[in-house]
Ligand binder design. Structure first.
Ligand code: 13P
Ligand code: ZN
Length: 279
């Protein structure tokens, strides 16, 4: 089967195109990766042309031998639906998780996203967790959540609680909360390690003054996480822009009731009284 006809690939193209249409991917902004099953890789076998091994510069033994679909550095999500073999490539890791090689795509001299360290460290964390594997890691630059990182304290507790209050879907869609990383140089090991650490607890990590990383079971779930967190941020930005701000809000007790009646576990550390802030 042609890679571009495979079901997994088509859903990645759809995610990239949807993200572009949402306005989250100016120029080459954002990137995306997906861990293939052995069966998915086999289905693409006839088109694979393995290139030379390239050192990752770090090691992810948890992902030894794994294959990924990844967006290319400098490539535009706007082009994903038009020339997917330029926007995307497939890569395979060696048996030690220390080198990768291009298997398909990245036409015209492309190579994987500069955020590959964050993608792979997040995949490594998610691969070792129980439950349905989260095989999609998605990075975007949505305006409202970025704007919030200029006005809210950069803490997991504050972001989670404020985003949860905006509409009940939020605590249901991300009951484990949202992690917040301070501004760091993009594309490097340090930001990848900080994100990987937060991904042990969360599926959404906000990068201050930059964007969001999220991890979903499939492309639809990853898009849903990004969409929900950005919509919540948009409502909050509108509320904060009104003189006087919030006049009332959802109380911790109401969130506890939601947690009980909908059967989701909302950690108490996100439900504390807000000191000196009302509401
Ligand atoms: P790439 O073009 O290397 O994927 O970088 C885009 C980006 O959003 C960096 O954070
Ligand atoms: Zn970015």
């Amino acid at each position: 089967m042609k890679v571009t006809d495979a079901g997994f690939f088509r859903s990645l193209v759809r995610l990239a195109d949807d993200g572009w249409r949402m306005g989250w991917h100016e120029r080459n902004g954002g990137n995306l990766s997906f861990r293939l099953t052995e069966e998915e890789l086999r289905s693409a076998e006839e088109e694979l042309r393995p290139g030379a091994w390239v050192p990752l510069g770090f090691s992810v033994p948890e992902l030894a031998g794994a294959a990924f679909a990844v967006t290319g550095t400098g490539r535009y999500f706007r082009d994903a639906a038009v020339k997917p073999e330029d926007t995307f490539g497939l890569i395979g890791l060696d048996g030690r998780g220390e080198n990768y090689r291009i298997l398909w795509g990245f036409a015209h001299g492309g190579r994987p996203t500069s955020e590959l360290p964050t993608h792979l460290l997040t995949h490594a964390v998610k691969a070792s967790l129980p439950g349905e594997p989260r095989r999609v890691v998605y990075h975007a630059h949505p305006s409202n959540i970025i704007a919030l990182t200029f006005v809210l304290p950069l803490s997991d507790e504050v972001f989670t609680r404020e985003l949860w209050e905006m509409f009940p879907e939020c605590p249901l869609v991300f009951p484990e909360g949202v992690g917040v990383a301070p501004w760091m140089v993009p594309g490097g090991r340090a930001i990848a390690e900080a994100t990987g650490d937060l991904m042990k607890r969360y599926n959404i990590v906000v990068w201050a003054h930059h964007g969001v990383f999220c991890a979903g079971e499939d492309p639809d779930a990853a898009f849903g996480l990004m969409h929900t967190v950005e919509k919540s941020a948009e409502i909050l930005m509108k509320v904060l822009a009104v003189p006087g701000g919030k006049k009332q809000t959802v109380a911790p007790e109401q969130l506890r009731r939601l947690s009980e009646e909908c059967g989701v576990d909302l950690p108490e550390r996100f439900l504390r009284d807000k000191p000196g802030q009302n509401p």
